[in-house]
Design a binder for this molecule. Sequence first.
Ligand code: ZN
Length: 113
Amino acid sequence: MASGNAIRGSRVGAGPMGEAERGDAAPRRFIGFYCGHGHETMPSFAADAVVPEYWDCPRCGLPASQDKDNPPPIPRNEPYKTHLAYVKERRSDADGAALLEEALQGLRDARGG
Ligand SMILES: [Zn+2]
């Protein structure tokens, strides 16, 4: 009866989703979880299952809580800076241009010009 497309479409690795059970004998309840990005997911739990405090958002992977107004904070997960980014941070543009020119010159020399 219920359209389980959302759940069926998402890959559930380790979760208390007892989909293996046949039939809908066991009463289920849907618990809404909300992540820091405002995504809403509604995994179903057996009536006697312990509902976890947090649930991994299937869309962005962030932890989601049942408190819509106070979702878990989004962890500051900054991407790794590239070496170039560090260089740019330390040096002025002029220095960077000089370095680039130096590198190019080195390449030309290496080619045996
Ligand atoms: Zn999310």
